[in-house]
Design a protein around this ligand. Sequence first.
Ligand SMILES: Nc1ncnc2c1ncn2[C@@H]1O[C@H](COP(=O)(O)OP(=O)(O)OP(=O)(O)O)[C@@H](O)[C@H]1O
Ligand SMILES: [Mg+2]
Length: 273
Amino acid sequence: MISGTPLEGSSLGPQAGRPMPGGQLDTSHRPILYLEDVSVSFDGFKALNKLSLYIDEGELRCIIGPNGAGKTTMMDVITGKTRPDIGTVFFGQTIDLLKLDEPAIAQAGVCRKFQKPSVFDKLSVFENLELAMRTDKRVWPTLFAQLRGEQTDRIGEVLQTIGLADQRDFRAGALSHGQKQWLEIGMLLMQEPKVLLVDEPVAGMTHQETERTAELLLSLQGKHSVVVVEHDMEFVRSIAKRVTVLHEGTVLTEGSMDEVQNDPRVIQVYLGG
Ligand SMILES: Nc1ncnc2c1ncn2[C@@H]1O[C@H](COP(=O)(O)OP(=O)(O)OP(=O)(O)O)[C@@H](O)[C@H]1O
Ligand SMILES: [Mg+2]
């Protein structure tokens, strides 16, 4: 008979690495991305002002904030496009992203989806994914011949994830705007990123495409850490767990969608401009 479950360790704060049976330390919920006191100025204007942000492994985080809040600049800093004047940016416990250039950051597993899809229109959906798997594009023609079963399986998996299995042999140029965006996400997934940054993913999408994108991003959590910047509040609500509000280059508040939307300071910055 079961006579009460032991709850040892249950009173520990979530930030303390949770002891696992056998004494191992569970690090699965520790932040995978750390930004601390990051400032960026453009001609004296502070686009980021002592921004601190922590993203957990496997988390889906939404970032909102009025125009000019610094959302895109934050992604530029994480991906190495913009160097901060000051601050710390770490990937996991040990990788200092400020010491790596853009390609090295992508290689390490921090990938970014840009708004304009960069798919190859003349190639099929399948071929685009195949190409994305290669880290060194110069040698791809010779590697094509060596595509292994395992890699074909991976492409099949990604086709399912992005909902384009039925379109695998379509030319990418023939896809709708939304489908091209999903293909681009698929191309990033081929590189098995640990962190995926997406800036305004549903801009220009139909309502149905927006809903499908919500499902797609939700399906990625757990396997990848996903940071989504978006202005479409209905969309954010549909995927949100933890929401961070940026304003004037820093975190105004963080919490559930309901918490942040009812926060008078958030209402003020959206209405007051
Ligand atoms: N390269 C740059 N040179 C000068 N100013 C810049 C540069 N990049 C961004 N800024 C300024 O920094 C501020 C933050 O811009 P950013 O693009 O990060 O905002 P955002 O939150 O992404 O806004 P939006 O919601 O409109 O996309 C803005 O005032 C912008 O004009
Ligand atoms: Mg932006």
